[in-house]
Design a protein around this ligand. Structure first.
Ligand code: FES
Length: 66
């Protein structure tokens, strides 16, 4: 198996928003908890204010930008 044969996820960082991940099987949070991914694309919170971490719940839209 070459490096090109290894499944990989695509990552897009949204400006002032979440990290979109396409093709991941799991996401491990900062406490080491592994969260299974059950959708083709998931949004991971980058602001730390989501009520359902590690996933984005759009709370970032309420945070004033500096
Ligand atoms: S990035 Fe969306 S709630 Fe944190």
């Amino acid at each position: 198996m070459s490096e090109n044969d290894i499944p990989h996820a695509d990552v897009v960082l949204q400006p002032h928003g979440p990290m979109l991940i396409r093709g991941a099987a799991t996401v491990q949070d900062e406490d080491g908890v592994v969260h299974p991914v059950e959708r083709p694309v998931v949004a991971v919170c980058r602001c730390g204010k989501s009520s359902r971490l590690p996933w984005c719940d759009s709370t970032h839209k309420l945070i004033p930008r500096g």
